[in-house]
Design a protein around this ligand. Structure first.
Ligand SMILES: NC(=O)c1ccc[n+]([C@@H]2O[C@H](COP(=O)([O-])OP(=O)(O)OC[C@H]3O[C@@H](n4cnc5c(N)ncnc54)[C@H](OP(=O)(O)O)[C@@H]3O)[C@@H](O)[C@H]2O)c1
Length: 177
């Protein structure tokens, strides 16, 4: 595995995102597709691990994800929610998530979006777990470009559209070169 530029106690940084062909990840603070298989995949990748997200993404989910420690990043000093750890900048959020990971014997922290938070953590991440969704919807939230000079694809698994999943999609993993 490639060395992380920021590997530290509490573990590797893993970005998990579902991204349409045109880079769109959401519109008006919601997801744009129904993929049950991807929801199960997200759960498997994230269960037991701290998950770091922006306040807007947290609002779109509306509650902490069961079985995961949610760390929400906001500039609002008054923001709080039961069962959620709060940080006021991404570095503090990462430190908090890593402390939670270390305390619970985990070696990864998950970056769960949205667009602003992915952009911030892209240069720091060790691994990307991307669901490529074979749709191109209009949207206002985008995933940053995955630069092949920086990221090496390590696995790819394709799925067809079916009763549970409204589009074709692929699970693609990348490690930093
Ligand atoms: N497809 C996927 O996998 C996926 C995953 C997650 C989210 N999404 C989508 O992404 C969209 C949301 O993304 P977004 O970019 O609009 O919002 P976001 O990244 O979820 O949250 C942005 C918020 O985070 C806080 N924040 C960001 N940078 C900060 C900093 N440097 N210091 C302190 N706080 C900071 C601010 O909160 P305050 O305004 O409270 O200060 C900011 O408004 C939604 O459409 C959602 O459905 C998609």
């Amino acid at each position: 595995m490639a060395d992380s530029p920021v590997s530290g106690p509490g573990g590797r940084i893993v970005i998990v995102a579902a991204v349409a062909r045109n880079g769109v990840i959401g519109r008006e603070n919601r997801l744009l597709w129904r993929l049950k298989t991807d929801m199960r995949h997200f759960r498997a990748l994230t269960m037991g691990r701290p998950i770091l997200m922006g306040r807007k993404t947290f609002d779109s989910i509306g509650k902490p994800l069961p079985g995961r420690h949610s760390v929400v990043i906001t500039r609002d000093p008054g923001w709080s929610h039961e069962g959620v750890a709060v940080a006021h900048d991404p570095e503090a959020g990462l430190a908090l998530a890593r402390a939670l990971a270390a305390r619970h014997g985990q070696d990864e922290v998950i970056i769960g979006g949205g667009s602003e938070i992915y952009r911030h953590f892209m240069p720091l991440a060790d691994r990307l777990e991307i669901t490529e969704v074979e749709l191109a919807p209009e949207g206002d939230a985008l995933f940053p470009r995955i630069d092949p000079q920086i990221w090496r694809e390590t696995s790819r698994q394709s799925f067809t559209k079916n009763a549970d999943d409204e589009a074709e999609f692929r699970f693609v993993s990348y490690l930093r070169r």
